[in-house]
Write a protein that binds this ligand. Structure first.
Ligand code: UDP
Ligand code: MN
Length: 269
């Protein structure tokens, strides 16, 4: 076992599909780190099998033991009503409450450092040097304008597992009336107000492709993150605009026709 691991989370069949593309992409980077898929009972065994076949370690994880009132406040319809998503659409298979189970990675104390990556991302070149970065490192949530640099995106981050940290997080998380409008992301930003900033290229959000095309540079990008609509959703509203990125995801998912990233064409700005 390595002292380093890439970790993702899967709570249903759709995200297991995402994780398959992610795990395949990580394998192609020739990393020595362990690949860990934390999964809840919502993920069917059949959908996890191909992940195990690629050598991923499947680690059962429960949703967090949050209170009924907390769960009620973060229930999908309620969260969407109280903190509407105005920039893009969340797929129907996205359950906000499930996001908080990411925090379980702090319980993976068999590792010194972990890099968490959302199941809706692919790693397009080796990023093992992130294991030498401090907790808590994350890239800014950039996909529209300069104001985005104030916030982090929790789709890629570096953490140091520790049971004490996990316990401290649970205590902060589930306080009376606490409402984390963007779930784990808002929480992690509050818990680590002095987060270390990674370059945006470690977590390139797909909307940059059409909103900030001058920022897109395949030669610098390490991780492509399909925030909002997922590349495996059929005919989503942004599918035409995001065609080249969706094709890339399908290449990783199938393992066929993965291109040389350095040779891909940047969007026209
Ligand atoms: N996730 C999951 N099931 C859910 C919601 C989220 O397994 O119902 C996990 C999965 O790893 C996913 C991550 O939590 O990639 C965060 O959700 P998502 O990527 O959909 O959020 P976005 O990047 O669009 O903000
Ligand atoms: Mn994501």
């Amino acid at each position: 076992m390595s002292k380093h691991a890439y970790v993702t989370l899967v709570t249903n069949e759709d995200y297991a599909m995402g994780a398959l593309a992610l795990v395949r992409s990580l394998r192609l980077t020739q990393t020595d780190a362990d690949l860990v898929v934390m999964h809840t009972g919502g993920a069917p065994a059949q959908a996890l099998k191909p992940l195990a076949a690629l050598g991923a370690r499947l680690v059962p994880a429960e949703l967090l033991p949050t209170s009924d009132a907390f769960n009620e406040r973060h229930q999908r319809a309620r969260l969407h009503a109280n903190a509407p998503f105005t920039k893009g659409n969340k797929p129907s298979f996205h359950t906000p409450l499930d996001n908080f189970a990411k925090l379980r990675l702090w319980q993976l104390t068999e590792y010194e450092r972990v890099v968490f990556i959302d199941a809706d991302a692919v790693v397009v070149r080796n990023i093992d040097r992130l294991f030498g970065y401090p907790e808590f490192s994350a890239a800014p949530n950039v996909y529209e304008n300069l104001a985005d640099f104030h916030r982090l995106n929790s789709g890629v981050f570096v953490a140091a597992p520790s049971e004490a940290t996990f316990v401290a997080m649970l205590a902060r998380l589930d306080q009376p009336e606490a409402f984390w409008r963007r779930t784990d992301q808002t929480f992690l930003q509050a818990h680590f107000p002095h987060w270390h900033g990674l370059p945006v290229f470690f977590n390139m959000l797909q909307y940059v492709w059409f909103n900030l095309p001058e920022l897109w540079d395949w030669k610098s990008i390490s991780v492509v993150h399909y925030q909002y609509e997922k590349p495996w959703e059929r005919n989503h509203p942004k599918a035409a605009e995001l065609g080249p990125l969706i094709d890339l995801w399908h290449a990783y998912h199938s393992g066929e026709g993965v291109p040389n990233i350095d040779l891909l064409a940047n969007p026209v700005s």
